[in-house]
Ligand binder design. Sequence first.
Ligand code: HPA
Length: 268
Amino acid sequence: MSRNAELLATIRDRAGAKAPRYGLILGSGLGHLADKVEGVAIDYADLPGFPGAGVSGHNPKLVIGQLGGTRVAILGGRAHYYEHGRADAMRVPLEVLADLGAEAILATNAAGSLRPDMPTGSLMLLSDHINFSGLNPLIGEPTDARFVPMGDAHDPDLRAALREAAAAEDIDLQEGVYAWYSGPSFETPAEIRALRILGADAVGMSTVPEIILARFLGMKAAAISTITNMAAGLSDEAISHEHTKAMAPLGAAKLERVLTRFLRSETA
Ligand code: HPA
């Protein structure tokens, strides 16, 4: 029996067999986009291998249907390394996206900014990332496929199309390097100064394992952060998960417009 055969049967039974073109992964406070899809929602609880209740501010459902005229599969919530110490916690959901036929993933997240010119409410397209955690979702993968090249992990064509979509919506889309910090504690000011020297523009606790898994599984990838705070030591602003959830809507509305415009342009 092929990988995840039962999961795929459940999903195709409920949502139809037509392949989604893109898999979208929604970060903290960004779950509303799933409600805009005309399609079928399946609770993660009905999909063994998908994350459990997870983190507040997420919407743990797989939603498959049309958004901006394009067929998408949306992961309304993600598992993070810090929940249970497994960097490969998103492997099954990503495998399912690949098995359903998605050609690319678009990941979103909430992140802290390291740049004074990129304040709370900004959107940042990831030009690249730094794996500051030293962890990897492919540790233990026995095949040679584990040696995934990461030179163009953040796909240049997808990034260009996302930039165009933002411009068409008249939305400022910054671009920069995202550093993955394991969490769940936030960074210290010294860690943020170190990350700045290393070349990071934003910091967060997700996404990088998903980009690695997507490339491993043969899907293209791109990601956008919504900036919910200045990183530790860079402002007097409070840093907390509550604050992240409260600030995510500032960028979320813009992010939804960028993604919807991107998907609409893909149908043309
Ligand atoms: N650090 C790490 N993760 C985050 C932050 C931050 O400042 N803000 C939102 N997610």
